[in-house]
Design a protein around this ligand. Sequence first.
Ligand code: PMP
Length: 384
Amino acid sequence: MKISQRIAHSRPLATTAMHGRVESMRHAGQQVIDFSIAISHFPAPASVLDAVGTAVDDVRTMPYTSVVGAHDVRARLCGKLARENGVSARPDEIIVTNGAKQALYEALYAMSDPGDSVLVFKPHWPAYVATCKLLGLRPVLVDLPDEVTPAFLAACEPARIVIINNPHNPTGKVYSRAELDALRDWVQSTGAQVIVDESYEHLSFGPAHTSLAALCDWRALGVVTIFSASQSYAMMGWRIGFALAPMPLVAAMQTLQGPITAAASHLAQVATVAAFDAGVQRHMIDDYRERRDLVVRQFRDLPWIVMHSPDSGPYLWGDVRALTEDTVGFSEALIDEESVAIMPGDALGVPGFIRIGYISDDIATLMEGVRRVIAFGNRRAAQR
Ligand code: PMP
């Protein structure tokens, strides 16, 4: 049986693969605590559930919408962009997608030709590099510094496209205004196009999140901004996202999306409007902050791990280089010995680090998983 070269050289996403492995283990009757991805223990906002319920009860007929999404849905998303992001946009500059992943794939497809370089800061969300590979692009991986300065950017290899993740998975970094100004100036001078993934926009524990598009002429620069309901509104499985892009790019993305999925599901579009109107989910952020502080405290003063307290997001990013650089081996042994799944930093481009998603399950399960990770790490440290 022939499998195309295009796909034969690609691998399933490490994150979804690990999650799939956990599901299979659970199906086989094993109890596994899953920190490998971050699936919120919160339901979608009540306003979303109400809107979908009403649509099912009252509307019933759900025709195809236009591929980019229903006009009224995109008009409401323009309202969200003006209100929350300080960006003025028209409905024809928006495309509704099945999550951020589809928006990312379509944007990269529409902006590039095979062989083009794409600058990705690491650690990175695995989908950035996986998508580049699927499209025959050349990811250029550069360590993300604590502070992005003009001098740092001047030393970066120029690329056709730059991907910025703000707030950042997995470190929780929220780009400051000065950093975004520096990025804008650098992009202006190099001519690179930018994709900004703002999927975690509402998960900041303090620092204000700013959209790059609010600080520049995004139409002229060719900036694409991607939003998702997965994390900001705890709606991972709903598969809801959208992209803001200059009109010619939206048209190109539509050409790609049409034959694949056509529009996002009509019901998902109803949910999209309600989700992006819902604003910051304060109760969720408060809960995540409490969990973050609880878990970071457990890891304090251990000689084999440095665990920073993130400014945003559902992940902890731990430096275990004092113990090992082989975090794939670390993660494999951890799941074998302690039935706890984590993400090795290797999957995010940085071996020697581990990522822990801390927002799933209840507190007791979270603490039990953390206890096991610590017991495992202590054992390894004692064996050295
Ligand atoms: N971007 C990043 C950086 C993410 O980590 C995630 C969630 N894992 C998403 C986007 C959300 O993607 P989607 O909307 O496809 O669920």
